[in-house]
Write a protein that binds this ligand. Sequence first.
Ligand code: NAP
Length: 283
Amino acid sequence: MKIVVTAANGQLGSAIIQKLLQELSSNQVVGLARTPAKAEGLGVEIQPGDYNEKSHFDAAFRDVDVVILISGMDPPDMRIIQHRNVINAARDAGVKKIVYTSIIGAISGTTFSPIVASNRQTEKDIKSSSLQWVIGRNGLYIEPDVKYLDSYIEAGRISNCAADGKCAYTTRSELAHAYAQMALNDKHNGKTYVLAGESITQQQLTDLFNTAFGLSLMYEPLSVEAYKQERTVELGEFLGTIISGIYAGIRDCSFDVQSDYEAAAGRKHINWNDYFKLLAAKK
Ligand code: NAP
């Protein structure tokens, strides 16, 4: 069994490699990176893997059984073509199975929807590729909120346009565990799994921070327009539009989805009380 993981230096790619190394020897796992030097220290062989260069994947996929394709970061139209480079190289090289990290959410209705739609297109491309496949639709990462905690404390509040909408969050570590299982076990072939923990509102998220860290943050709902303006000033047009679109999607309940995590991972997703308790214990 030989498994290749793309975007190996990224936070999800490197976490998946660490989980795979708990079950395989280091010569059975290869990491690909756009800039290989950025992936040094992962304990596995690293080769070039720029999504714009199909030839990188043609070379890296010889004698490989499973490819884990981590979704890219470029604008939606570009991503579809980049992902096709990986899928076509896998097919050409005789790879047996491809595992793809997709995303939950609605394909229309918010400024984040074009990204969701591009993920759905890659799902279709994979399903029509003749490869065996497994698709994970990732919940939203909770880690960015944790990273923002100091800013929330400074402001005394969490403000966004999600209102009372529930969101299925997850963590990269929980995703990595599930993807390792999905890559290693053929019983998952042909399945599309939603990978997330229990859905929570922004008020519940605020309460989790307050309980774990002894805070008294409040949750402040903003209008979609006001939040978009605020995020664009802070993050620029591209990212500000995407982030405000995500929270508009939470408001519309398009991220409130039933999780299949246990079926994919072979165990339950961490519950949010335990996750925040562990975080507070580490601080
Ligand atoms: P990350 O830590 O930012 O890593 C992104 C990875 O994508 C990096 O390794 C980056 O390589 C690589 N990449 C970007 N463009 C590439 C290209 N043209 N060719 C090869 N590699 C390329 O993100 P992450 O936490 O690992 O997340 C993985 C993916 O999940 C992201 O790429 C994105 O599609 C998606 N995502 C999901 C959520 C969520 O909430 N579920 C949030 C954000 C992103 P470089 O270091 O060379 O740039």
